[in-house]
Design a protein around this ligand. Sequence first.
Ligand code: ZN
Length: 235
Amino acid sequence: MTEAAPESGLKIVDGFDLDPPYRALLRPGELVEGLAGHHHHLPRYFYEVPSHEAARDIRLTPHFGLNEFLLVDVKEAPRLRRYPRFVPCAIRLLAFFLERIREAVDAPLYVAVNGGYRSPAHKLSVAATPHMWGTAADLYRVGPIVLRDRASIETYNRVIEDLTDDLHVMPYGEEIGQADDHVHLDLGYVISVPREISEDRLAAPQANARSAFEERRRGDRRGWPREPLPERLPE
Ligand SMILES: [Zn+2]
């Protein structure tokens, strides 16, 4: 029997199997209330990102690295800022849509700090926001254009809305549910259940180790660039 190379895949974690401190912070499957009074179940399945190097080197799409969705500051719970880190499996869907936007505008997109995945313990997670599902991104810059005024934000909001009905954008403004210094886009409360997972149990640990996301091999096959993405995109 040959063992898979450790870097060939990311482990999929059922949140119910996490150690209690992580489970208390990530609250897999719990209901949270959104601003509109609707309730949503938090994601339960996560990729376990073992190290900073893995986050830096793993590419979700040709132009988006996993690390770009994990940029958080002290607003995130300290334990969740250390590796291993956990990110909802739906992050791949978000990256896919960002790649489509990048194609449409033909310019790099820059995700803000705290603008990708935010855990339920994050200080900005006051109500259910798709950031807690890994399905939202805040962009502060598109190519050379800094998104800090009505004209630029409304321009790119329109580009995104023209591209797909699956993405929601926040209108320009200073109120809650609006944005005046970034473009917020999200896919809503999407939960991704990886095919490697069995959903037939509620509390017992998953029987077999699961991993997925063999992006290096897939990347090679698709002719993606091989070099790691930059540590942090230039400001
Ligand atoms: Zn946002």
